[in-house]
Design a protein around this ligand. Structure first.
Ligand SMILES: C[S@@+](CC[C@H](N)C(=O)[O-])C[C@H]1O[C@@H](n2cnc3c(N)ncnc32)[C@H](O)[C@@H]1O
Length: 307
């Protein structure tokens, strides 16, 4: 397995302690510790990612059309690749349609990146994992430089919604070159979205980074909130917070961080969109939307974009 490291474990550990001091934990820390990864896998395997699975499965039918947009060779660069579960069936379908595929999963999670590389090697796809921060413009440039081939970027599993989508869409637009394409998915807004998150598995996933480092379930509560994002009509933010029930010591790998009773820590969030708001976010970033694929249940949409 080959992995190029732009973001080291020591850097993530230092960033985690800093983020905890700032009471604001971004998405990448929710897939970092083995405990967090297990919580994510349980959530994903219990239906939380079913709409995305349906939409990416439906997209496989258009693999010949996608392949025809390239001249034979494609570098498949997956931003926030996770275990590569959506990427690899697409890579195989593109290969079956005659394309030569090189696969570049990009992720901050060493555990998930290794899993993606192993899974790709098992199906004989040439792979280089890139351990990087997709919110860093410099890392995106370096990831894009990993191959000279025309690129198909994948941003799957509402990964764009785990960052500020306006910012990530603009960075993606900056990264795309003439002849490159991107497939970006989004969770479609539904009134049920908040209640679907407020489950035992949803709370366990949200609390896992803190529970990995000494916080016990009785030490505080995870709360969920759904808010409108006033910047764009139809854009919603599903936020998660941890409320400390008492004074706590989080024994993070870098240093201990103290939380006082009643303090609130912002956990990772998910942006969700009406289909019109999703298009607006992409277009206002300068991306052109050439086609869309929806899941059978209508809860996930994938946009095919170019610059
Ligand atoms: C919701 S999961 C989606 C995984 C995969 N694309 C899928 O659809 O199954 C989000 C992924 O993005 C990664 N991620 C989140 N923030 C990141 C960041 N700032 N830099 C790199 N990876 C990040 C996580 O480690 C995780 O693997």
């Amino acid at each position: 397995m080959k992995i190029e490291t732009l973001l080291t474990e020591a850097e993530i550990a230092a960033e985690f302690a800093d983020a905890l001091e700032a009471r604001d934990l971004p998405d990448k820390f929710f897939y970092w510790s083995p405990f967090s990864v297990r919580a994510w896998q349980k959530l994903a395997r219990n239906g939380a990612t079913e709409s995305g699975r349906q939409a990416w499965a439906a997209l496989l039918d258009s693999a010949p059309d996608l392949a025809s947009r390239f001249d034979g060779d494609i570098a498949l660069v997956s931003l926030g690749a996770g275990e590569g579960t959506k990427d690899l069936p697409l890579a195989q379908a593109l290969a079956a349609a005659g394309a030569q595929i090189e696969y570049f999963p990009v992720d901050a999670s060493q555990i998930l990146l290794e899993a993606a590389c192993v899974a790709a090697e098992q199906v004989d796809i040439e792979t280089l994992g890139i351990k990087a921060d997709i919110s860093s413009p410099a890392h995106l440039v370096l990831a894009a430089d990993a191959s000279e081939l025309p690129k198909l970027y994948l941003v799957a599993g509402n990964t764009m919604g785990g960052q500020d989508p306006h910012v990530l869409a603009r960075q993606l637009r900056e990264t795309l070159r003439e002849g490159d394409w991107a497939l970006v998915d989004a969770e479609v807004y539904s009134e049920a979205a908040l209640a679907e998150r407020e489950t035992d598995l949803g709370r366990a996933f949200a609390g896992a980074p803190l529970h990995s480092y000494g916080v016990q379930p009785e030490d505080g509560e995870v709360h969920f909130e759904l808010k409108r994002d006033e910047r764009t009509e139809g854009l919603y933010l599903l936020a998660r917070y941890f409320h400390a029930a008492g004074d706590l010591r989080v024994t993070s790998p870098e240093r201990d961080v103290l939380l006082q009773r009643g303090e609130r820590v912002s956990l990772n969030f998910s942006y969700i969109y009406t289909p019109a708001a999703f298009r607006k976010v992409l277009r206002s970033a300068g991306l052109k939307v050439a086609a869309e694929t929806r899941s059978a249940d209508g809860r996930c949409v994938i946009a095919l974009c170019s610059r």
